[in-house]
Design a protein around this ligand. Structure first.
Ligand SMILES: Cc1ncc(C[n+]2csc(CCOP(=O)(O)OP(=O)(O)O)c2C)c(N)n1
Length: 359
């Protein structure tokens, strides 16, 4: 295998695989990865519909890229800090966050953990070591590098993961974060979701390098390139990188080569720039389909389990929407009381004005 060749375990539609490279996961772990990817896909479908119906303002999904974040998270300890891309809800779900918590956030209501002060989909789950999602791209790279250095300094044995897209690698923060992590051997993994687009800008216009993985070399650490539609290959790459980071051997950059099967967000129309042949090609490599075929062939999944998962998730999403729609908006007053213990007179006056205008 050449240095930046794409690493894979699954072959074709997933019903065959490379037995020498297969990571040895317990049946429960395999089922959890698969179920989480399905839950993410179902939440995406419903979330996009809610936006189209005018019930929420914005949605951003991860169709076709579920394996990148879910299989990676499965290779970590639940206390390892995840500095998320906006396409990563599965990390929090795998670690025990609920769909209901996510749906409250989509509605920006009083039970939204961000109290309506973030865009929909910009979750934050402290209990799941899932850092607050920032709208400005790539800030999560130096954040994760710095947090990882703190973990090393305090000898906590945790690691940090920074997850972001190919377009994000054009920001200065990418270079600042990778450089810092390389110099200080910070226990961090950089997970680059190369879905081949940054909104409408194709990857070919994003970099002159042949791969993203090779960029790690300039900062003195290893880069690997993985099939982003192969949960087993992603798990194996993240496990290797996490073990290495925990052993004090520094960072790794993992490039997951995949394709964005949906729009960038609810504000985008990819029909204007994505070639439909690409969708057909990548649709056949759907990570959920491949994982299901693998699990069925191994005898750990079947139609009855599939039906139960789909029905349960449908019900969970429906109940979450009903709960979110029955929850009032956050208290206006908290806009200032969350910042000031004693509200200054001029903000009190502004608050009064705001209340009158809302009423
Ligand atoms: C600093 C900054 N610049 C621009 C934007 C606008 N913007 C939001 S998403 C996006 C594309 C990001 O592409 P990529 O990093 O490849 O991630 P993807 O959405 O493809 O997963 C851009 C340019 C932003 N949010 N922040």
């Amino acid at each position: 295998m050449t240095k930046y060749e794409i690493q894979s375990v699954l072959k074709g539609d997933g019903s065959d695989w490379d037995h020498n490279r297969e990571p040895h996961l317990k049946d429960d772990q395999l089922r959890a990865i698969y179920a989480t990817m399905v839950r993410v896909r179902m939440l995406n479908e419903r979330g996009m519909n809610l936006q189209r119906q005018g019930r929420i303002g914005f949605y951003i999904g991860s169709e076709g890229q579920e394996a990148v974040h879910v299989a990676s998270a499965a290779a970590l300890e639940p206390t390892d800090w995840w500095f998320p891309h906006y396409r990563d809800p599965g990390v929090a779900l795998l670690r025990g966050a609920t769909i209901e918590q996510m749906v409250h956030q989509l509605y920006g209501n009083a039970k939204d953990m961000t109290k309506g002060r973030q865009m929909p989909n910009h979750f934050s789950f402290k209990d799941q070591s899932f850092f607050s999602i920032s709208s400005p791209l790539t800030v999560r790279v130096p954040q994760a590098a710095g947090a990882a250095y703190a973990m090393k300094y305090k000898r906590t044995k945790q690691i940090a993961v920074s997850s972001f897209g190919d377009g994000s690698s054009s920001e200065g923060d990418f270079h600042v974060g990778l450089n810092f992590a390389g110099v200080w051997k910070a226990p961090v993994v950089f997970l680059l979701n190369n879905n081949q687009y940054a909104i409408s800008v194709p990857s070919s216009m994003q970099t002159a390098s042949e791969t993203y993985a090779q960029k790690a070399e300039a900062y003195g650490f290893e880069g690997v390139r993985v099939d982003g539609n192969d949960p087993l290959a992603i798990y194996a790459a993240m496990k290797m990188a996490a073990d290495k980071a925990r052993a004090g051997k520094g960072p790794t950059l993992i490039e997951c080569y995949t394709f964005r099967m949906g729009p960038h967000s609810s504000s985008d129309d990819p029909k204007r720039y994505v070639n439909p042949n690409d969708l057909t090609f990548w649709g056949a490599k759907d990570p959920i389909l491949r994982m299901r075929n693998y699990l069925v062939k191994k005898g750990v999944w079947n139609d009855a389990l599939e039906k139960e998962l789909v029905e349960r998730t449908k019900d969970e999403i429906q109940k979450a929407i009903e709960a979110a729609e029955a929850t009032p908006a956050p208290e206006l007053r908290e806009l200032v009381t969350d910042v000031y213990a004693e509200v200054p007179w001029h903000l009190e006056a502004e608050l009064q004005e705001l209340k009158e205008s809302v009423e």
